[in-house]
Write a protein that binds this ligand. Structure first.
Ligand code: HEC
Length: 120
């Protein structure tokens, strides 16, 4: 197991060095679009009146991976929780996408009227 972990870390470092996107980041991009995040955060997460931009969140020290995971799981003041609609691995992929140095493009057409997620 230990050996494998080193191999994985090596692969990750290599792909980051090459500026390539990891499988998690690419899956996260698809989930970001599919989950309706853009309904509030805007196309590509650029931000709207409803919700802040997520474009530079990887540079904000406050927003650690753990904190982002928590925000997506539990929601915030005006953001609905996603703990019932996304699995832990899916949320980890979205966080990987949000924290990617070079984000993969979001696949598929922009949802014309992506339904708002219902706050509970
Ligand atoms: C109904 C609107 C809405 C939807 C849908 C939504 N968000 Fe948010 N989000 C917000 C608002 C508003 C905030 C600001 C803090 C708060 O009020 O919760 C926020 C904050 C965040 C933050 C913290 C950034 C910051 O500066 O506050 C992250 C990360 C985030 N959202 C990710 C997501 C992801 C990923 C999705 C899709 C799975 C999503 N959001 C869907 C409204 C939304």
């Amino acid at each position: 197991m230990k050996g494998l972990r080193w191999v994985a870390a090596g692969l990750l470092a290599a792909s980051l060095a090459a500026g390539a996107q990891t499988a998690d980041e690419t899956a996260g991009a698809a989930l970001f679009r599919k989950s309706g995040c853009e309904h509030c955060h805007g196309v590509d997460g650029a931000g709207t009146k409803k919700a802040p931009s997520l474009l530079n969140i990887r540079k904000e020290k406050l927003w650690t991976a753990a904190k982002m995971t928590d925000q997506i799981l539990k929601g915030g003041e005006k953001m609905p929780p996603f703990e019932d609609s996304l699995t832990d691995p899916e949320i980890a992929q979205i966080v990987a996408y949000l924290r990617a140095k070079k984000r993969p493009p979001l696949p598929g057409p922009v949802p014309a009227n992506a339904a708002p997620a219902e706050p509970k």
